[in-house]
Design a protein around this ligand. Structure first.
Ligand code: SF4
Length: 343
């Protein structure tokens, strides 16, 4: 991993929503802890995968980092500036240096605007090139993402899903960001187009030194693309580490179950294991103890009380589970333990 100063440092980020507000006096609203004390660091040029089931808080985390959602508590340091409590100028800088790519390639573009006008608007608002250079820069951006300059005259409805997603990436790149948050950005596309978009992101990352948080529930893509992985469950990160270490020797039973459920295209391999049984508990009413205990095949009595387990392992690769990894992860031998203790 690079030793440069972090580009992004998130510390104990909390994002709460209040549900069920009522006009009646005395009626109580419930608090949804969508993001519940998440810390994450991203270095320049690094791609971090953020994985977990729907509702785990991944997208809310991404939106809060970019101040599209107001954090309830915690620090978000971008280039050393706390944008969670930043001035308007700090937020404006954040907007110029970060971008988001959304899941829905059609919904993220204005259907009444041509792609060229959408890109030109970004260039104009952020004053990135002289006005007379804008048409050329639009053509360059479209070429960069594998489209033709002639696509500038088309509207989203005239293009395929893959072409629209490329246009969305071009719009994200128009501001020359240092950090992109890609939120399930290939989930709505055909598999063959997914591959093209992933290859494009890898190429752009290498060429432009972009850092990326890649939010996804598809672990096979994350393994292909990311340097590090953080696994979210019920608003918390339960495991974090270098991608290969997490995939070959997971330190949390939830991660192990997600990995075991990855479909394998080799017909000689056994069928994937089932995903974790049942649904995640409601973030309005999380269980005591380890939040994963109602679905965990390895849960013991100690898992059902107290607070969430503290992270164990080392700073580079840790998991928040009470048990030693050899219990649920065949790559760990009992001799490898105890893991180096609380992180
Ligand atoms: Fe399962 Fe207990 Fe570990 Fe939680 S702490 S993941 S319930 S074994």
């Amino acid at each position: 991993m690079t030793q440069e100063s972090p580009l992004l440092e998130v510390e104990n980020l909390e994002v709460h929503f209040h549900r069920g507000r009522s006009f009646w006096p005395g009626a109580k609203s419930k608090t949804v802890r969508a993001v519940n004390g998440v810390s994450l660091t991203v270095h320049p040029g690094e791609t971090v995968g953020l994985v977990g089931e729907s509702g785990s808080g991944k997208s809310t985390f991404g939106r809060a980092v970019l101040r599209l959602e107001a954090p309830t508590a915690g620090l978000v340091l971008f280039e050393g500036v706390d944008v969670a409590r930043g001035t308007r100028g700090d937020i404006a800088t954040l907007r110029r240096r970060t971008a988001m790519i959304f899941q829905d390639p059609y919904g993220s573009l204005n259907p009444r605007m041509t792609i060229g006008d959408a890109l030109a608007e970004v260039l104009r608002v952020h004053r990135l090139v002289p006005v007379d250079r804008i048409p050329d820069r639009v053509g360059e951006l479209l070429t960069l993402v594998g489209l033709e300059p002639a696509h500038a005259t088309r509207k989203p409805g005239d293009m395929s899903g893959g072409q629209c997603q490329r246009a969305g990436i071009a719009r994200a790149l128009a501001i020359e960001p240092r950090l992109i948050i890609a939120d399930e950005c290939v989930a709505a596309l055909d598999v063959s187009i997914q591959g093209q978009i992933i290859n494009l992101l890898m190429e752009l990352r290498a060429r432009m030194g972009l850092a990326m948080i890649f939010i996804a529930h598809d672990l096979a893509i994350v393994r292909h693309l990311c340097d590090r992985v953080a696994v979210m469950y019920l608003g918390r990160i339960v495991e974090e580490g270098p991608t290969e270490a997490v995939f070959t020797a997971p330190r949390h039973p939830y991660t192990a179950t997600l990995i075991a459920a990855i479909p394998d295209i080799n017909p000689d391999h056994r069928l994937p294991a089932d995903p974790p049984p049942g649904d995640p508990p409601s973030p309005m009413n999380p269980p005591p103890g380890c939040p994963f205990h109602p679905r965990c095949a390895f849960a013991i009595d100690d898992c059902r009380g107290g607070g969430p387990p503290t992270p164990k392992g080392d700073r580079d690769h840790w998991g928040a589970c009470l048990l030693p990894p050899s219990v649920f992860s065949p790559s760990f031998q009992p001799n490898d333990e105890p893991p180096s203790g609380d992180v």
